[in-house]
Design a protein around this ligand. Structure first.
Ligand code: GLY
Ligand code: MN
Ligand code: MN
Length: 488
């Protein structure tokens, strides 16, 4: 049995000087004793009582129970991560680690979930920074004091909200160092916690924990499905926003599209789930075009690949390839229709019991048939598929798991992911594309610089699938009608 994780005498982890370290930007060059004394008092008690648990508290408890069952007798440490410095005292926006948010529903920087082994499972504790101390001045003199960055939940409030006992995270590193018994940690988020565990963990055992948490997310629970629905609904509204301002994008650049979609993501969700790909004209042939600094021209296509991440950190991943002036040219439409047909074949292959690879194979077959039909590659189709010759223009896999991460469950083992069969509750993208590079001399000139991808988010159901992103039209004539209606 592992030793109880509370040190008998909590170590002093911070000196008084550290606690009230002054910002170096000169705003507080000195604090008189009178002012320091004055700032200690005169503040109302704002403690919140009787808080309801967060909506997913039941789900996070079930997820922790599954984790506990997989690693009996071992201490498990799952950090949220820390702020990353951009320069001086400016930080990048914080986004909690997927593993931590999945298991707690919390998104607080520096938070750490610890599952402490007990006789019959584990006891979960969440370690958080408590409310700022007013006695030693940290609340207004420290850059992470609440006066600077906003009110935090007290530990008692966090306990009520998350349904897990909460303790002061500043005591955790020392306690982990002292504790004995087997331990595993999720790496890559919190260097301080990793340093405390450095002699106690191995990369191999930690990887098993990461793999488990990736595989645990392959099948979404009801809360997660509802979040993915929200993400798709917000994303659909973001795409509509973009269509309405295409004239402004033409007058400026792809950045207008990026900014427009970002506004929707920040107002309705937490963020964008990945860098928006706002690729006009030949940029559509660059798979991850996120510079978004190009011209937007009438007559060209716009490949928009973007997703809103909800406040609970679930993202959509949707692509539409739109005619900037509202009408596809004949050739654009021919290519678009081929990709649409491939996507239809791919979506039809998403059902419980099907092999994961089926939807990719189905879509690739359609695209290979079209490329042979157009004379771009010599048939027969079986030869093309066997040699993978279509890949010069199809470039990427036809989809991936979707969830809290856009490429979700990425650490899952091959046998649990690409070599598995689909189950109800899995959610994946189906996103075939055709890309004719501007400098591809093997295709007729008029094809060069055209890129088309159509991407939807498909939930495997008991009897087939449900397209979570169906609010956005896909068929060429429906896309044109939708754009015409939005442009008014
Ligand atoms: N947006 C990246 C992808 O579609 O996978
Ligand atoms: Mn995708
Ligand atoms: Mn995408």
């Amino acid at each position: 049995m592992a030793e109880e994780l509370t040190p008998e005498t909590p170590e002093e982890t911070e000196t008084e000087e550290q606690a009230i370290k002054q910002r170096k930007n000169g705003l507080y060059p000195g604090v008189s004793d009178e002012l320091a004394e004055n700032m200690k008092s005169g503040w109302a008690d704002t403690e919140l009582h009787g808080l309801e648990p967060i909506a997913q508290a039941g789900h996070t408890a079930a997820r922790r129970a599954a984790l506990s069952a997989r690693f009996p007798g071992e201490r498990l440490v799952i950090p949220a991560g820390n702020l990353k410095t951009r320069s001086n005292d400016t930080e990048y926006a914080f986004r909690a680690s997927t593993e931590y948010a999945y298991l707690t529903g919390d998104q607080t920087q520096d938070g750490v979930l610890v599952l402490e082994p007990t006789a019959d499972g584990h006891e979960a504790t969440i370690y958080l920074l408590p409310r700022s101390n007013r006695e030693n001045g940290e609340f207004w003199l420290d850059g992470q004091g609440e006066l600077w960055v906003g009110r935090r939940h007290s530990l008692a409030e966090a306990e009520q909200l998350l349904g897990v006992p909460a303790k002061d995270v500043r005591e955790l590193a020392a306690a982990l160092k002292e504790a004995t018994g087997p331990v595993r940690a999720v790496r890559g988020h919190d260097a301080g916690i990793e340093a405390a565990l450095t002699d106690k963990v191995t990369a191999e055992r930690d990887e098993e924990l990461r793999v488990f948490l990736s595989e645990a997310r392959l099948v979404k629970d009801a809360f997660e499905v509802a979040e993915l629905e929200k993400a798709c609904a917000s994303t659909a509204r973001g795409f509509e926003d973009v269509v309405k301002v295409l004239d402004k994008a033409e007058a400026t650049s792809e950045r207008y599209i990026e900014g427009t979609f970002f506004l929707r993501a920040r107002v309705e969700g937490n963020d964008i789930g990945y860098g928006s790909i706002c690729a006009a004209g030949p940029h559509a042939t660059t798979l991850h075009w996120v510079r978004n600094d190009g011209d937007v021209r009438s007559g060209d296509l716009l490949l928009l690949d973007a997703g809103v991440e909800t406040t609970e950190l679930y993202t959509a991943d949707i692509t539409r390839t739109l005619p900037i002036n509202g009408r596809y040219t004949e050739l654009q439409r021919k290519i678009y229709d081929a990709v649409y047909e491939a996507q239809e074949a791919g979506i039809a292959a998403v059902k419980p019991g099907a092999a994961y690879r089926d939807f990719h194979d189905a879509a690739q077959r359609v695209l290979a048939e079209k490329l042979v039909e157009w004379g771009l590659v010599e048939g027969p189709v079986e030869r093309v598929l066997e040699l993978g010759l279509q890949r010069r223009w199809t470039l990427h896999g036809t989809g991936h798991m979707l969830g809290m991460d856009v490429h979700d469950c990425a650490a899952a083992r091959t046998e649990m992911y690409v070599d598995t069969t689909l189950e109800p509750g899995m959610c994946l993208t189906v996103e075939p594309g055709l890309y004719f590079q501007a400098d591809d001399l093997t295709v007729p000139e008029e094809y060069r610089g055209i890129g088309v991808r159509i991407e939807d988010d498909i939930l495997v159901t008991e009897d087939g699938n449900r397209n979570l992103s169906e609010a956005l039209p896909r068929r060429a004539d429906e896309v044109e009608a939708w754009m015409a209606a939005l442009k008014g």
